[in-house]
Design a binder for this molecule. Structure first.
Ligand SMILES: NC(=O)C1=CN([C@@H]2O[C@H](COP(=O)(O)OP(=O)(O)OC[C@H]3O[C@@H](n4cnc5c(N)ncnc54)[C@H](O)[C@@H]3O)[C@@H](O)[C@H]2O)[C@@H](O)CC1
Ligand SMILES: Nc1ncnc2c1ncn2[C@@H]1O[C@H](COP(=O)(O)OP(=O)(O)O)[C@@H](O)[C@H]1O
Ligand SMILES: [K+]
Length: 520
């Protein structure tokens, strides 16, 4: 699914209005009807008080139009105009008039107003600012936002939580609505997925307001969401007459005394992702544990007993993962430097190898093109420097990926794969995965995919999806706290199988849940 910028959404509006020969007000009406239907289906006429806070732009216009539909269906509403500017949009004014014609008189709020009382069990519709926010909200609007939060009522935001910018981070956390739910038009917005801005919403859903499909299909976006629909076409089926040679030999280089488990996790993940052969390259101390615990993996011992000293082997791997649990001893840094000089295989680079690269930036030029780098935020900062906010981080990450022609996987709650100026935002995963070794599993998964012939970019996008999906499947058994990297690894097979499961319609899922409950 594409993630459009604010400018692209405005352009899509224009294009749609022209092509479908409709007015902008008709488009606003569609948006409002969609929100109304969503609410009406859930509320079924419940006599809950709904407070609609509407700005004076088109987001506010949506709120006004929604208020009209709610009123027509007998809902108990109170409408407020958050009167932060004299520059009211035409469609806002039109919908304000329509409301007045129905004898609904909104209360106008400004800097001198006393704010309305809101009950804890009431519902707030937040239509104050939409994607048009272009400067921080005035102090009194910030106070209003705080007032809304203090009520503890459920907040439903229209399009985007008010106060979030489409292309900038949050400067004043008090100036942003914390939405329980966001109904966003046509496509989700980038700030929903970034750690500094995604915290302002719990859940989101997209409402199709019928923007022109031609425009949406033909417009290239800087970001895309990677869900099942997007990764399924990447899947390479296994052939009947294939053999282990078909699926590539992966080499996993890393480990040091006390950190051999990292190589174990990555090698196992590589195997269960489908690599034909996996060899682990570790210091001598790692040979016995690996041979004992992971007999399917071959092991080559470095001349170093506790740390890597040489990185010499006589196989020709299709892909090499390097860095996990490797440490940064002087001899290891030297071995890694020499390795980069001599290596011809595609690389997946993680952990200590990333840290060595960050402190010896000249080495970055020696990476083969399309190397995959898998930094967590701290490792990323060492590579690209400090950032002002998430958007600045993405800009710097794109520049870095371009400069070194590498694929970056920025790990986190929504890992983002960066390559060739584009970002692919992952949709799977859960907070249970914030646990030791889960990154090692990701490295193994991506490496296993490259071994089988996936391009590095596809391996990064597909691998990140599979890894998160495996975490989601495993967490159902373990719960967040008890989830381990091993559990994620063990669920990778199920994550593959799940790719081909067609989701049951919600009512069938509900019935299945009920019959489960009856059984227990
Ligand atoms: N294709 C779509 O997605 C559609 C979007 N619509 C709505 O239109 C919204 C965008 O509307 P607008 O462009 O009118 O903008 P907003 O309603 O988001 O912003 C309000 C206006 O106030 C001004 N402003 C921005 N920040 C301010 C601040 N801090 N203090 C005072 N004034 C400020 C801006 O100039 C802007 O025009 C969307 O979020 C959505 O709700 C719908 O009405 C129709 C279709
Ligand atoms: N809150 C979260 N939601 C989803 N995925 C997460 C979350 N926290 C961590 N992860 C995932 O878990 C992995 C953690 O990697 P990393 O920090 O390198 O761990 P380690 O070094 O212990 O292996 C990444 O793939 C990341 O995307
Ligand atoms: K809003």
């Amino acid at each position: 699914m594409k993630i459009f910028s604010a400018q692209q959404i405005y352009a899509a509006d224009k294009f749609t209005i022209k092509k479908q020969e409709i007015t902008s007000d008709a488009l606003m009406e569609r948006a409002a009807v969609q929100i109304f239907n969503w609410m009406h289906m859930r509320m079924q006429g419940a006599p809950v008080k709904i407070h609609l806070f509407c700005g004076i732009g088109n987001n506010g216009g949506d709120g006004m139009a929604l208020a009209r539909h709610l009123q027509e269906h007998g809902y108990h509403i109170a409408v407020y105009v958050v009167n932060y500017s004299k520059k009211r949009s035409d469609d806002f004014l039109l919908n304000l008039e329509r409301l007045k014609e129905r004898k609904v008189w909104p209360e106008f709020l400004d800097s001198g107003s006393e704010f309305p009382e809101i009950g804890r069990d009431d519902i707030i519709v937040d239509a104050i600012f939409g994607i048009g926010l272009n400067r921080p909200a005035d102090d009194w609007v910030v106070r209003l936002i705080q007032h809304l939060h203090a009520s503890q009522a459920f907040i439903l935001s229209v399009d985007i939580p008010s106060g979030l910018f489409m292309d900038k981070g949050v400067q004043n956390p008090d100036a942003v609505i914390k939405a329980n739910f966001v109904l966003s038009f046509q496509a989700p917005k980038l700030p929903f997925f970034l750690p500094g801005t995604g915290i302002y919403l719990n859940e989101w859903e997209v409402l199709d307001i019928g923007l022109d499909p031609e425009y949406l299909t033909n417009t290239e976006t800087d970001y895309e969401l990677s869900g099942k629909n997007e990764v399924l076409p990447l899947y390479i089926p296994r052939e009947k007459f294939s053999h282990k040679g078909t699926y590539g030999h992966a080499l996993v280089v890393g480990g040091s005394k006390g950190k051999i488990g990292a190589v174990h996790s990555a090698s196992k993940a590589c195997l269960v992702t489908g690599a034909g052969l996996v060899t682990a390259y570790v210091p001598e101390c790692g040979v016995l544990p690996l041979q004992t615990n992971l007999p399917e993996t071959m092991v080559i011992a470095d001349e170093g007993v506790d740390v890597l000293n040489k990185i010499k082997y006589d196989i020709e791997p299709k892909v090499i993962a390097i860095g996990i649990g490797m440490g940064q001893e002087v001899s290891t840094i030297q071995a890694f430097t020499t390795f980069l000089d001599e290596n011809k295989s595609p690389l997946v680079i993680d952990a200590d190898a990333l840290n060595i690269l960050a402190t010896n930036k000249a080495l970055l030029k020696r990476l083969p093109k399309e190397s995959v780098l898998t930094p967590h935020p701290k490792e990323l900062e060492r590579l690209i420097g400090k950032w002002k906010d998430d958007f600045d981080k993405l800009k710097k990450a794109k520049a870095f990926s371009k400069k070194y022609a590498c694929v970056l996987i920025i790990k986190g709650a929504h890992s983002i794969v960066i390559y060739d100026g584009k970002g692919y935002v992952n949709t799977t995963g859960n907070p249970g995965m914030a646990t030791a070794g889960s990154g090692d599993v990701l490295t193994g998964v991506v490496t296993g995919l490259v071994a089988q012939g996936y391009s590095p970019l596809k391996a990064a996008v597909f691998g990140t999806y599979l890894h998160g999906r495996a975490g989601d499947i495993a967490v159902e058994q373990s719960g967040y706290q008890a989830l381990t990297a091993g559990d994620i690894c063990n669920a990778i097979g199920k994550a593959f199988i799940d790719l081909f499961v067609i989701p049951k319609p919600p009512e069938v899922q509900e019935q299945a849940k009920e019959s489960e409950q009856e059984k227990s």
